[in-house]
Design a protein around this ligand. Sequence first.
Ligand SMILES: O=C[C@H](O)COP(=O)(O)O
Length: 333
Amino acid sequence: MNSITAKAGTGRSSLLPTLPLPRNPGMPLDMAWVRLVQANTSAIERRCATLGGRRTVKKDHQAAWLARAISCIDLTTLAGDDTEGRVRRLCAKARQPIAPRLLQALGLEGLTTGAVCVYHDMVPTAVEALAGSGIPVAAVSTGFPAGLSPFHLRIAEIGESVSAGAQEIDIVITRRHVLRGNWQALYDEMAEMRAACGAAHIKAILATGELGTLRNVARASLVCMMAGADFIKTSTGKESVNATLPVTLTMIRAIRDYEARTGMKVGYKPAGGISKAKDALLYLALMKEELGDRWLQPDLFRFGASSLLGDIERQLEHHVTGAYSASWRHALA
Ligand SMILES: O=C[C@H](O)COP(=O)(O)O
């Protein structure tokens, strides 16, 4: 193992978690606990504002962290004009996320993204294009992105995507339940969606940019975990405000509290607007500081991103050659 793989823990075997985790089975809705949850917005914002100044990684360490970031990307295309050709190219990129000469120079052969994330319509194409790679297909579901189609259709959509081969389902919650403080309704909807997923893992998208307050974000995170979410995810990428560090700190502290109380580890996925390698490093640093190294593995951490990989590849090219490539060379990722 060379110095990059050693620093990142991204040698082929260490890309996979050493011990498979039990799934979060959920628990009965505990309203007393939900009501206790608060979020000190100014303290959270202060803590996040200082992160960039305190946490920098350089040279081989930076390359190692960027390789780690790649292994945690849900490489995403969620556009109305998606075609089979675009999805196949995206899947090829997921299999081989950076140029072979860079992979070789960095000793990262075998590195792949964490998953490919598409609309239901594109699941069969992605499943076929990723056959044999071990890379799971994630489908956005339940009337994504608004999540306001009739409930029985949202549940049916989950079943269709699972039947088509999706191993991960990204559902969207009904924001109205949070804004009205109707935690029972949120719990019930989430539990039913979890059941519809069967063996597929479920990521609960909170659409945090539409939840009003960090306290709502913290409470919604907790209720979704109580109802059995495998991951909690910030955003669809379609809200006017998507993933942010303050929202991240709020959600991962909810994950920490849930683990402390139940012993179950729930994953975290910031999504939407994360397109720069330096921002990815901040998210990883925050995960490491708050939850520890175990949450830097793809079974507990993902970036939902359509264009982050391109910038990471540019930074790794610079690390290897000393020169930046033009961003158009990385158009797909
Ligand atoms: O879940 C993933 C997001 O939709 C991707 O958002 P993005 O295109 O801003 O990277």
